[in-house]
Write a protein that binds this ligand. Sequence first.
Ligand code: HPA
Length: 267
Amino acid sequence: MLSEAVSFIKSKIGDFEPEIGIVLGSGLGELADEFCDIALDYSDIPNFEASTISGHKGRLVFAEISGKKVVMMQGRFHYYEGHSIEKVVFPIKVMKKLGVKTLILTNAAGGVNPSFNPSDLMIITDHINFMGVNPLIGKNDDSMGTRFPDMSEVYDSNLVELVQKVGDSIGVDLQEGVYMALTGPSYETPAEVRMAKVIGADAVGMSTVPEAIVASWAGMKVIGLSCICNSAAGVSTVGLSHDDVIRAANIAKDKFKKLVKEVVKKL
Ligand code: HPA
């Protein structure tokens, strides 16, 4: 299954060997419009699903950014769309097989930490898997990773430091914190957000963690970046809407793109 997708992609990209993978979250897909050498629609790739949510396109985009060969997912598969967790993480396994060593996972998230403001960017330092499912359940593919992988440092601490330094150098302020993933698609209740805060989360969202688990298992270095699009339910008195999330991502997207380009240069 995996080999079918990988062979198809290789037949389209020839000797382009991406070393960096980027998963572009809600409202952050523009980087793949700016840099696009080869684009493959998910619907054309064997065993890929089609992405269904607005604000997400649905293409695998290959490009050289800051002199580095990069593969980008313009739109990801979410568990809440009804995809199996295997389908959600399938592209990460494909990236590994294509030669990706470092994976940048990005997302839109709600701020749990009261000092965060909408349109802030947060470097993920750790995560809490609250999705009730683990993408590694099932027969283990020993060729990719071990049965009981260590998750002590999913988000490479040297890379957290590097991203922080890059942020400083280009004048982009960055928060740091723990990302907690829930399935969605309903946003959290204020009680759930209070729980998230008590157990150590700074932000909540509906993605990223399954991909990070698989990438770490498969030996990739992972960078996580959240665009804090809103204060999570109950943190502020304002209600939540997907439109507001996309609007905040739009405000943040220029600094986001600048940051990612500069980080890619330094990897
Ligand atoms: N909760 C979960 N996911 C989100 C949020 C939120 O408040 N904002 C953007 N994605």
